[in-house]
Design a protein around this ligand. Structure first.
Ligand code: PBG
Length: 330
């Protein structure tokens, strides 16, 4: 036995060039998707108290912001409309209104910033008076097949408005296949589907529900009858397998950091384009720690996002997308 270690792992850590050469994962601006909240009106912004740095904005300002995101190299945005209360209903018909806020925002983005990818959210929660993601029967249960019929109309209206990717976030059974079929039938053969395949019934969504104004009115108080139990991962793989079989081009795990084990298993098992959503609550808790001076903002943002890449994610939906792109571009 030599008195010296034969292999010293610290050798490769000594100089920046070797650290760069042996890095196994990298975070790039091309990995980032920026979620954005859209408001009715003109020249209007509203801050979201629980999401410092994130504003809801009207379409004209959204376009200006989108130009900036494109300049920073961000590939795509995910759009979430803030629906005025008077347009919400039990049947969620505003969801597929061709003149609805989401549809108008998609059209405007594709007209003025066509190179920026547009991902539209397919789910009914911004449009139902009770705040659930689907239609409710007399017993309070969210009916699956009736909801899917509305989701298909919503997805088609987004595709017609020009959405590049539709992203069903509702967790109804069978909706990916039905949406794919309808898109094909209507000639939208190149509209992609990013399936929120493993979406958990998480308590980290609170600030998002504040942002879109669905928090106050969730009847029944939870989404346990369709979103997944945080205890499960085999079930997540089964959900993902179903969505791939039904025609999903990309799959997603949500929330992000608390579920990186699921991201890793998904990528290893299926080897398909895999995305993760660092959700509003994850953003809020980071921001709170930064505001208190408890964590250093820029390195923690980058470390939190690199963790997704290490776990196997191809991309990350994150409210830090713009800030991370600015840091990476320095
Ligand atoms: C609803 C939807 C939610 C999010 C995206 N789409 C919330 C929910 O399921 O209640 C959460 C995103 C976030 O917390 O950042 N279809």
């Amino acid at each position: 036995m030599s008195a010296y270690p034969l292999y010293r792992p610290r050798r490769l850590r000594k100089k920046p060039f070797t650290r760069r050469l042996v890095a196994e994962s990298t975070l790039q601006v091309a990995d980032l998707i920026y979620p954005m909240f859209v408001l009715e009106g003109k020249n209007r912004t509203e801050s979201v108290a629980s999401m410092p740095g994130i504003d809801r904005m009207s379409i004209d300002l959204l376009i200006r912001e989108a130009e900036e995101l494109l300049r920073l190299g961000i590939p795509a945005v995910a759009l979430f409309p803030v629906t005025p209360a008077e347009l919400k209903s039990d049947c969620a018909s505003e969801a597929f209104n061709p003149e609805g806020l989401a549809q108008k925002a998609i059209r405007a983005l594709k007209e003025f910033v066509p190179e920026l990818g547009v991902i539209s959210d397919v789910a009914l929660d911004p449009f139902t008076s009770h705040g659930q993601d689907g239609l409710m029967d007399e017993s309070g249960y969210i009916s699956n097949d009736e909801t899917c019929e509305v989701l298909v109309k919503q997805a088609l209206s987004h595709a017609e408005a020009g959405a590049d990717i539709v992203a069903p976030s509702d967790m109804m059974d069978g909706r990916i296949g039905l949406i794919r079929e309808a898109l094909e039938r209507q000639g939208h053969v190149n509209t992609c589907i990013m399936a929120y395949s493993a979406k958990y019934a998480s308590s980290y969504y609170g600030p998002f529900r504040d942002a879109v104004g669905s928090a106050a009115n969730i009847k029944g108080g939870n989404k346990l009858s369709y979103q997944m139990d945080p205890a499960n991962t085999d079930e997540a793989l089964r959900e993902i397998a179903l969505d791939i079989d039904e025609g999903a081009d990309m799959v997603m795990v949500k929330p992000g950091m608390p579920y990186l084990d699921v991201v890793q298993r998904c990528k290893q098992e299926f080897g398909v384009p895999t995305f993760a959503y660092q959700v509003s609550g994850e953003y809020a808790m980071h921001k709170a720690a930064f505001a208190n001076g408890w964590l250093a903002e820029e390195p923690v943002i980058l470390e939190s996002l690199l963790a997704f890449k290490r776990a196997g994610a191809d991309g990350i939906l994150t409210y830090f997308a713009k800030q991370a792109a600015e840091i990476l571009g320095k």
